[in-house]
Design a protein around this ligand. Structure first.
Ligand code: UT7
Length: 334
């Protein structure tokens, strides 16, 4: 997806993140399920994850990240025209979580909706939000990846509970009329519903509404075929990143930071190898947060921005995959 409207573009004017205070370490997990710190570290790269408390729903985390991003952009909440939240752990089945964020931050003039593209959620809303601004429909937006995955995890299932964490990241996008300032170079999105059952929450939706059976069989928790997801993650992310580079005429050597979805360091290493990118340019913070699904990329971006590790003109490549399957990439020039 290229910006064909040459008169308008987007710039990222603020970033933010919110991680709940409570930390669950691998050692804590050893006391909960049959696992070891060594297994988790060597198979995934994760050392700890943040966990939200009962009174911190997804919108609370999202609002925290959004307020930081607004402050960085020097905008008042009332000036925001659009809020998009990427999440698979919404506050409620409906209304959409962006409406709850709107209420919490007081963005009374915003149009609000959520996107359910799992771990690819942020890459999806980056493409959607950019297109909505580039088209002239809105002059600014807050894009938020926010997850309270701890609420859909079976804490007795060692094959999934060690992998995920809670958190949120946000960016403020604003319209620019200057081609010099336009940051959005290209977005590639993909989906394949044929693999919808390898990473999903089987029960509690309209397919199998919530019932005692759903509860007894624990179908309201996330279920995953780890190895299948692993293989598809590597192929789809590498292909999306390659196509994005090719279509925009940018070489992998031009990329300052590859910011991949953070699910497993072995997946990230395999993707980096296929792209032939220097591993020093691949941003990895998985050890601290685990997999926060749609929040991983905006959290990583905010760390890089606040750490002073991105300079004007740098090319950033976001790439992700997730349940659906969904996958995608965004190329940004800072
Ligand atoms: O964002 C998208 C979401 N998901 C992902 O990206 C996940 C993609 N998949 C993965 O990252 C990996 O497949 C996992 C980390 C989930 C699993 O790693 P793996 O190397 O594929 O392990 P495996 O599933 O083949 O399991 C190997 C062994 C099994 O034991 P046996 O059958 O060899 O005796 C598992 O029962 O490891 C066992 N195992 C564990 N052992 C200790 C599985 N989970 C654990 C655990 N602690 N937490």
């Amino acid at each position: 997806m290229l910006n064909n409207n040459k008169n308008t573009g987007i710039k990222i004017t603020g970033t933010g993140r919110y991680l709940p205070d409570k930390i669950l370490s691998n050692l804590d997990l050893e006391a909960m399920v049959d696992t070891t710190d060594e297994w988790i570290r060597t198979r995934t790269g994760i050392e700890q994850r943040h966990i939200a408390t009962d009174d911190q729903p997804t919108s609370f985390l999202g609002a925290g990240a959004a307020m930081q991003a607004l402050e960085a952009a020097k905008l008042n909440p009332a000036e925001i025209e659009l809020i998009i939240v990427a999440t698979i752990s919404p506050d409620k089945i409906f209304p959409n979580t962006a409406c709850f964020v709107q209420k919490k931050i007081g963005a009374k003039n915003a149009v609000c909706f959520s996107v359910e593209a799992a771990c690819s959620g942020f890459v999806y809303i980056m493409a959607i939000g950019s297109a909505m601004i580039e088209s002239g429909l809105f002059k600014n937006a807050i894009l938020i990846g926010a997850e309270k995955l701890s609420s859909i995890i079976n804490w007795n299932d060692r094959s999934t509970c060690v992998l995920f964490g809670d958190g949120a990241g946000a960016v403020v996008l604003e319209r620019t009329l200057s081609t010099e300032e336009n940051m959005h170079i290209y977005s590639k999105l993909g989906s394949d519903g044929n693999h919808s059952d390898i990473l999903h929450v089987p029960g509690g939706g309209s397919c199998q509404p919530f019932s005692q059976t759903v509860l007894d069989k624990k179908l309201h928790f996330l279920a995953m075929s780890g190895q299948e997801v692993f293989k598809l993650a590597v192929t789809t992310m590498a292909a999306a990143a390659k196509e994005t580079l090719e279509k925009s005429g940018i070489s992998i050597d031009d990329i300052k930071w590859l910011i991949p979805h953070q699910a497993n360091t072995r997946i990230i290493t395999a993707v980096a190898k296929r792209l032939n990118i220097d591993e020093k340019k691949v941003y990895v913070n998985l050890a601290n947060y685990g997999n926060t699904s749609g929040a991983t990329i905006p959290i990583a971006l905010d760390e890089l921005v606040r750490g002073g590790l991105i300079n004007k003109g740098d090319y950033l490549l976001f790439v992700a995959f997730g349940g659906g399957l969904t996958w995608g990439a965004n190329l940004i020039r800072w």
